[in-house]
Design a protein around this ligand. Sequence first.
Ligand code: NAD
Length: 501
Amino acid sequence: MTAPTSLLPVSTVAAPASLQLRNFIGGEHIDGVSAFAKLNPIDGSLIADVHEAGPDEVDRAVASARAAFDGPWGRMTVTERAGILRRIADAIERRFDDLVAAEVGDTGKPEALARDLDVARAAANFRAFADIVSAAGIDSFLTEFADGRRALNYAVRKPLGVVAVIVPWNLPLLLLTWKLAPALATGNTVVVKPSEETPSSATLLAEILMEAGVPAGVVNVVHGFGANSAGEYLTTHPGIDGVTFTGASETGSAIMRAVAPRVRPVSFELGGKNAAIVFADANLDAAVAGLARSTYLNTGQVCLCTERIYVERAIFDDVAAGLADHAARLRLGRPADPATTTGPLISQSHREKVLSYFHLAQTEGATILAGGGIPHLGDDLNGGSWIEPTLWTGLDNSHRTVREEIFGPVAALIPFDTEEEAIRLANDTDYGLAAVTWTSDLTRGHRVAQSMRVGMSWVNTWYLRDLRSPFGGVGLSGIGREGGQHSLDFYTEPTNVCVQL
Ligand code: NAD
């Protein structure tokens, strides 16, 4: 795996030259106030020195986005912008291998996953929102009054202006483009703050956008951390007109406080503690394979991943044995190895957090059916942040391991006896992002899926997405929905015009 060539320039320091990732502001690579090391989660080696933006760089990025908003971008027709979005999708496909390399380098995820999920979805996001914005209508009402007057009411959509886009590390390019595509489609300009753990693909994408015809300043990228760093400088900046954020619930809470004095709109896609319910009438093989995917995909680091599995008692032992077998057969290894199914966690500090839950589960009385610790993969990989795919029984909803988001490759299996009990247990959480129901009784499938207190409820599948459908969560899992028309609603402000006829 080689580093993407366009990111290569440039250390003036003597060998070994390290990759320098700078901020991207007004179409130029801009130095930061300091630099931090981005390490490869595979083996702990250095990937890049990342230039951290200070208040001045963030200020410059917001000013650049404002100038671009006031320039040609803000006056473009929807058709012109949709055309640029389609060119961006084409450009992503031309630079597919470079983006895969950037994503795999930062995250350590299997190359096949980066290809099939992350980078493929990035192109799809731009195409989908080119179509969605092109087909969007406007509200209009012919209003009639008792005295015979008539009026035409219609709403026009206007972009918010300069939008702060703050994204996490788990699906860096996918989640960034999920927000960037509708923000651009509706005429906004943006300042992006990628995660400090995954700075590479965002920097490369900013260059690709310009190659595809996005004017300088429309998309700016600032690097850094959250509190007392680029994230906080951006969310407290008076020049931003809205914040779209994906990340942890406590960070959403901090961002809400940051924007409260200036009352800016927020869209929050936050954490989860997602449940699956498996009824005895489910197709057992399909359910076990589906649960393995929803628990262990991306090393459990997908916000939609299942961490609580409620199983009808009659099939509890079969599901437990089947899922433990799947977990044991997962292959941890290098991203380029086609046999690899599972990469490392994103960082040593995240591994410490996940391991602390592994220890807590033992204190809470868990029985470990699979994994439970750190694997030994050999000297060259022992510096990485590897962890074993893990499965527990013996816990219930009173335990912290079943209530708090772990964000790793682990789930607790819990038995139930009735449909009502399963619904009650699944909904017994402060989060509310996603749920899965496994059953062969489709009437029950609809009934249970609809009674889940979540944003997304799947039946006999997981993470099957239509980009026109609403995406988001309730409770600690978020505020608002994005996807299709819902994204257009967040990234625009309607102005109602009333004309007396
Ligand atoms: P995080 O909240 O720690 O960081 C996310 C981003 O916010 C990063 O860019 C970070 O630098 C920035 N940030 C942190 N503190 C900030 C502050 N005070 N002000 C401004 N910016 C700040 O989350 P993470 O660890 O990167 O990602 C994992 C979390 O994201 C999990 O909780 C996961 O469930 C959630 N997530 C949710 C979704 C969803 O769609 N609901 C999708 C993916 C991940």
